[in-house]
Write a protein that binds this ligand. Structure first.
Ligand code: SAM
Length: 267
């Protein structure tokens, strides 16, 4: 086995548990999409993925990139694998369409940018499935349903942007080397390829959850006239003391539409 010192700044925790790798592989969708892997690391997951599909892998760490190029010389020559050296978020910044073809994102993500990556994948019209390892706490937020205490803007966006979302497996710290401080989980999201969310709605959600345990009315009143917000909630038969996690995605959409149509931003 290749010995490398994990770099904390790149969120390097290498997955060692073969049973988890197998669960990820079993979840590969049966379609003609290619696979995008973010952070192949030492290539343990990559090695399995290339057996099934064409893979493009993004790795920011030069040392790992060199190891990967060496390890996968044959697969690269056969164009089964393309390894790109660089920061995946920078690559995404350059083009909102990360890949020219339909793809499924399958990865053990660097946790410090995991949420950001999933949100980008939501917006990317060519990404169809997201099967990724993240911190358990983040996984819970993405798959949370209305009234769960973890239900937040991430759960609402997932509800709107997907036809299916679930946790595939929870993974303890010992499954990695080095062990992270927290539990992890693999989430599976099948996107609704017809759905999209406008930026204004995302901002509105951010405002709604500014203080997640306070009343929705209080949070929204920081951006809009309080009496106006009260009247909107009343019209939609939402209790004045409702908390942000008690409102489901369609209802958030209706509140947003009403507020937008009446354009009562706070001066
Ligand atoms: N896939 C490997 C595994 O399962 O063992 C490694 C996963 S490790 C949690 C995260 C990987 O993402 C590391 O290889 C790290 O260098 C890479 N990485 C971190 N930040 C990145 C970025 N901005 N763009 C691309 N890769 C990144």
């Amino acid at each position: 086995m290749i010995q490398v010192k994990a770099k904390k700044q790149f969120g390097q925790n290498f997955l060692k548990d073969m049973s988890v790798l197998t669960k990820i592989i079993q979840a590969i969708p049966n379609n003609s999409n290619h696979i995008v892997e973010i952070g192949p690391g030492l290539g343990d997951l990559t090695e399995k993925l290339v057996k099934y599909k064409e893979v493009t892998a993004y790795e920011v760490d030069r040392d790992l990139y060199a190891i990967l190029c060496d390890k996968f010389q044959k697969e690269r020559e056969q164009e089964q694998l393309k390894i790109v050296l660089g920061d995946v978020l920078e690559a995404w910044e350059k083009s909102s369409l990360f890949s020219e073809r339909k793809y499924d994102l399958i990865a053990n993500l660097p946790y410090y940018i995991a949420t950001n990556i999933i949100l980008k994948a939501f917006d990317d019209k060519n990404c169809e499935h997201i099967i990724v390892m993240v911190q358990k706490e983040v996984a819970d937020k993405f798959v949370a349903k209305v009234k769960d205490k973890e239900f937040s803007s991430l759960g609402i966006l997932t509800t709107i942007m997907s036809v299916e979302s679930k946790i595939l497996v929870t993974v303890p710290p010992e499954s990695f080397d080095p062990a992270p401080k927290v539990d992890s989980a693999v989430i599976y999201i099948k996107k609704d390829m017809t759905a999209s969310v406008e930026d204004g709605f995302k901002k509105f959600l951010k405002l709604s959850f500014t203080q997640p345990r306070k009343k929705l009315l209080k949070n929204l009143s920081a951006g809009y006239n309080k009496d106006f917000v009260k009247s909107v909630l009343e019209e939609l038969e939402i209790k004045e003391n409702a908390r942000p996690h008690e409102i489901d995605a369609p209802l958030y959409n209706r509140i947003y539409k009403r507020i937008q149509n009446n354009g009562r931003n706070k001066e």
